[in-house]
Design a protein around this ligand. Structure first.
Ligand SMILES: Nc1ncnc2c1ncn2[C@@H]1O[C@H](COP(=O)(O)OP(=O)(O)OP(=O)(O)O)[C@@H](O)[C@H]1O
Ligand SMILES: O=C(O)[C@H](O)COP(=O)(O)O
Length: 395
């Protein structure tokens, strides 16, 4: 894979695909980790005289403009971090984008509006994505892939456009791969994987492969309830992937066969609504009331998870254990983060919200072996899958 050192960027328009998918509270960025992680590549290219055109997504708008998902606040923060203004185009490939790119001088930086405001970005139709990638490519002379958190997506700005321009990997992708390859080669055992978060359908899929790799799989977050339901438990109004129940039963069966230990929570913080001020209490995992939703693992589960992580030599953690953004449901995530801090294992935390959780709960980033900007991306990388965004940068 070529790196930015292999490109002659001076005076050239360089399209950089970054992952700037940061958590927002209205228009306030609650954790700018992914923006900071993108700065080294953007700064280096600008210092080398490139005209840097950054493209990125924010959240999952449904293929059309939606001001709640605008990257405008991100452009402002990126400018602060770079210490230079960042021009913001109010569309991705339209008049504003073309005019903004045309106005750039050597060393200037622009950010294009959320690439997912265009339905073609995420289309399953190769031709549709290809046409959109042509439009993106027409804005630049060179392409740099640096959005590690999105490399598992076969999207136009991640995959197709790289094939249309001379390309290289950015510094963040290189740094992420440097660390994550350690988890695909010689893993020190016991190897524990902790899974949580809300992208349940995405992440249930990776368990299939983990069953052949990990010694212990701890389940928290929104994923818990599909497991509990698969065991015939009541899960109330919690997140549930009904069509995955058989798959999960199969995982539980195979785990037993392969000697992989599944650790499920024994208690749950169950609330009447998805709100910080909702009535909530700790209930046994097999006694969730039908009118309540599980928003965190309970304190006994936190202790159990800590115990199961204590003797691990390698730990990979993706996905908060609960809705940590609301104080009453942050305990489980805090307990797992503390267990990783206390452990002697090589610990990797992956994912936009997981990394944000660790920081916003006040943990020192240096207490972890590595904090990856990619959750789904790092999980799929650890599976040994070919990731579209990396594949496109090869050769
Ligand atoms: N029980 C639950 N019910 C609903 N949402 C939950 C629950 N537990 C955790 N969450 C939510 O999961 C979200 C994070 O999930 P996600 O799978 O996106 O993790 P991530 O670390 O950002 O990984 P990625 O980088 O792949 O997105 C948080 O915003 C948190 O509030
Ligand atoms: O948050 C992430 O994991 C990445 O930014 C990718 O976002 P996505 O899951 O919406 O594709």
């Amino acid at each position: 894979m070529k790196t930015i050192d292999d490109l002659d960027v001076a005076g050239k328009r360089v399209l950089v695909r970054a992952d700037l998918n940061v958590p927002l509270d209205g228009t306030a960025i609650t954790d700018d980790g992914r923006i900071r992680a993108s700065v080294p590549t953007i700064r280096t290219l600008a210092e080398r005289g490139a005209r840097v055109v950054v493209t990125a997504h924010l959240g999952r708008p449904k293929g059309e403009p939606n001001s709640a998902y605008s990257l405008a606040p991100v452009a402002a923060r990126l400018g602060e971090l770079l210490g230079r203004p960042v021009a913001f185009a109010t569309d991705t490939v339209g008049d504003s984008a073309r005019a903004t790119v045309a106005s750039l001088g050597d060393g200037d930086v622009a950010l294009l509006e959320n690439v997912r405001f265009n339905a073609a970005e995420t289309s399953k139709d190769d031709e549709e994505r290809g046409l959109f990638a042509d439009a993106l490519a027409s804005l630049a002379d060179l392409y740099v892939g640096d959005g590690f958190g999105a490399v598992h997506r076969k999207h136009a700005s991640v995959y197709d456009v790289a094939r249309k321009l001379p390309h290289a990997a950015g510094l963040l992708i290189a740094a992420e791969l440097d660390v994550l390859t350690r988890l695909t080669e010689k893993v020190e055992r016991p190897y524990a994987v902790v899974l949580g978060g809300s992208k349940v359908s995405d992440k249930l899929g990776v368990i299939d492969n983990l069953l052949g790799k990990a010694d212990r799989i701890l389940i928290g977050g929104g994923m818990v309830f599909t497991f509990l339901a698969a065991q015939g438990r009541e899960v109330g109004t919690s997140l549930l992937e009904k069509d995955q129940l058989d798959t999960v039963r199969e995982y539980l069966r195979r785990a037993e066969e392969n000697g992989v230990e599944f650790v499920l929570p024994v208690d749950i913080v169950a609330a009447t609504a998805f709100a910080a001020d909702a009535d909530h209490s700790v209930v046994a995992a097999d006694a969730i009331p039908a009118d309540r939703m599980g928003l965190d693992i309970g304190p006994d589960s936190g202790d159990l998870f800590a115990e199961k992580l204590a003797d691990a030599r390698t730990v990979f953690w993706n996905g908060p254990m609960g809705v940590f953004e609301m104080a009453p449901y942050a305990g489980g995530t805090r307990a797992v983060a503390q267990a990783l801090v206390d452990s002697d294992a090589f610990t990797v935390v992956g994912g936009g919200d997981s990394a944000a959780a660790v920081r916003t709960l006040g943990f020192d980033e240096n207490a972890f072996g590595h904090i990856s900007t990619g959750g789904g991306a790092s999980l799929e990388y650890l599976e040994g899958k070919t990731l579209p965004g990396l594949d496109a940068l090869e050769g």
